[in-house]
Design a protein around this ligand. Structure first.
Ligand code: NAD
Ligand code: MG
Length: 387
C-alpha cells in the first residue's frame, strides 16, 4: 500500500534524512507537498526527483525562481505564508514538520487542524504554542509522533506502559562541542567552532542551540508537552556519546532506554513506519567498538540555558514563546558575528526580564507575542553588540 507524505522544510537536514528514507522505499510513498523557505532550485530539484504534486516557498519573493525551475512539469508552485499553510492542509497520510523555528508553527497548526499523522521535528512550535497545538491535535484526532531523537526514544520506551507508572524521564544531552571548556574559553569560541557538533550533522540553528545547551532546554519543554508527567519528573543527564537517546524510569525502578546510532534517519524511520518497523540500511550500532557509554551532570553555571528554560516553563503563560523568539534572534545574531557565544543566553534572559505578556490563547496570540519578543530581543542585542 502506498502512503502519501508532505514534508514541511524539505530542503533542510531533517528534510534530507526523510527524503533519503522515502528514496529507499519508493513504492511505499507518494509525495504530496514539499516546502522550503527560499532555496527554489533545490526545492524544484527535489520536487522533480520525488514526483511531488506541489512545491511551496515560504518567501514569496522566491516564487518566480521556483516557477522557472519547475517549467515544463505539472508540479504546482506556490509561495508565501498562506501557501505554506495550504500545503499543510492537503490531505496526506503523513506530514513531516521540519521547518526550523516558530516559522513552522502556523503550518504545523494547519496540519494539526486537518488531522492525519504528524511527525514533529519542529520543537520550537511546541515550545511556543504547546497547549494550543495539543488542543488542535485533540480536536481533529490527529496523531503527533515525536521525531526529535530524545522524544522519539521516550515515546518508544513508553510503548506498552502506563504513563502513570513513570517515576522519571531522563533526557540525554551530548553536551555539545564546548562541554569541557571553562568560562574564559567559552567567551572566545567562534561561530565555526560552535557549528561543529561532535556527534550530529544538523541545521545551523539547532547546532548552535546544542552548543549553548538551549536545545536541551527547549527539549525539556517539548518533553513536558508530549509526556505529561510533571516538570519535576523530567531530568537531564549529559551523555557525550549520543548513543542512549533518552530513558524512562518506572516506579518499580526499571529503566528503559532506547539506543541507536547518532543518525536522525533512525527516529524518522520509526515515525514513518509507526506502529510498524521499516528496514533501513544504516550502519548498525557496534557497542564493543564504542566501548564506553558515560554520563555526567549538566553544568548550569557555564551553560545556563536549561535553567532558563525550566524557569520559563515553570512561569508558564507567554514565557516559553518569548524565550523561543529571543533565542532565535540571539542565535541569528551570533551566526552573523554581532554577539559573542555567551551573549546568546544573556540576550534571552534579558528579553524575558523586560517583556511579559498574558498567556496566549490562540495561534494569532502566539504570533503576536513572538513578534513583540523579537523586537525586545533586538533591543537587548544592542547592549551585547561586539562592535
Ligand atoms: P535546517 O535549517 O537544516 O532546515 C530548515 C528547513 O526549514 C529548510 O527546508 C528551510 O528552507 C525551511 N525554513 C527555514 N526558515 C523558514 C521560514 N521562515 N519559512 C518556511 N520555511 C523555512 O533545519 P533542521 O536541522 O533540518 O531542523 C528542522 C527542525 O527539526 C528544527 O526545529 C530542529 O530543531 C528540529 N530537529 C532537527 C534535528 C537535526 O538533526 N537536524 C534533530 C532534532 C530536531
Ligand atoms: Mg534532540
Amino acid at each position: 500500500m502506498t502512503r502519501s507524505i508532505t514534508i514541511l522544510g524539505a530542503t533542510g537536514s531533517i528534510g534530507a534524512s526523510t527524503l533519503d528514507l522515502v528514496r529507499s522505499n519508493p513504492d511505499k510513498w507518494r509525495v504530496g507537498a514539499l516546502t522550503a523557505n527560499c532555496s527554489a532550485d533545490e526545492l524544484a530539484r527535489l520536487a522533480r526527483a520525488f514526483g511531488a504534486r506541489l512545491a511551496v516557498v515560504g518567501d514569496e519573493t522566491c516564487l518566480g525562481d521556483l516557477k522557472a525551475a519547475l517549467a515544463g512539469t505539472t508540479i504546482e508552485a506556490a509561495g508565501g505564508s498562506g501557501a505554506l499553510r495550504d500545503a499543510a492542509r492537503i490531505p496526506v497520510d503523513m506530514t513531516v514538520a521540519a521547518i526550523v523555528g516558530c516559522a513552522g508553527l502556523a503550518p504545523v497548526m494547519a496540519a494539526a487542524e486537518r488531522g492525519g499523522t504528524i511527525a514533529l521535528a519542529n520543537k520550537e512550535a511546541l515550545v511556543s504554542a504547546g497547549e494550543i497545538l495539543k488542543s488542535a491535535v485533540e480536536r481533529s484526532g490527529a496523531t503527533l509522533l515525536p521525531t526529535d531523537s530524545e522524544h522519539n526514544a521516550i515515546f518508544q520506551c513508553l510503548s506498552g506502559n502506563s504513563i502513570a507508572d513513570v517515576r522519571r524521564i531522563i533526557l540525554t544531552a551530548s553536551g555539545g562541542p564546548f562541554r569541557t571548556l571553562d568560562a574564559d574559553q567559552l567567551k572566545t569560541v567562534t561561530r565555526e567552532q560552535a557549528l561543529k557538533h561532535p556527534n550530529w550533522e544538523m541545521g545551523a540553528k539547532i547546532t548552535i542551540d546544542s552548543a549553548t545547551m538551549m536545545n536541551k532546554g527547549l527539549e525539556f519543554i517539548e518533553a513536558h508537552h508530549l509526556f505529561p508527567v510533571g516538570l519535576d519528573k523530567i531530568e537531564i543527564v549529559v551523555h557525550p556519546q549520543s548513543i542512549v537517546h533518552s530513558m524512562v524510569e518506572y516506579r518499580d525502578r526499571s529503566t528503559l532506554a532506547q539506543l541507536g546510532p547518532s543518525d536522525m534517519r533512525v527516529p524518522i524511520a520509526s515515525c514513518l513506519a509507526w506502529p510498524e518497523r521499516m528496514q533501513t540500511e544504516l550502519k548498525p550500532l557496534n557497542l564493543a567498538e564504542i566501548g564506553q557509554l558515560t554520563f555526567e551532570p549538566t553544568n548550569e553555571t557555564l551553560f545556563p540555558a536549561t535553567r532558563i528554560c525550566r524557569e520559563a516553563i515553570d512561569a508558564g503563560g507567554a514565557a516559553p514563546a518569548i524565550l523561543n523568539a529571543a533565542n532565535e534572534i540571539a542565535v541569528a545574531a551570533f551566526l552573523d558575528g554581532q554577539i559573542g557565544f555567551m551573549d546568546i543566553t544573556a540576550v534571552v534572559e534579558s528579553t524575558l526580564s523586560k517583556y511579559t505578556a498574558d498567556a496566549p490563547g490562540t495561534l494569532d496570540d502566539v504570533l503576536h507575542v513572538d513578534a513583540q519578543a523579537r523586537s525586545y530581543a533586538k533591543e537587548a542585542l544592542e547592549s551585547h553588540a561586539l562592535v
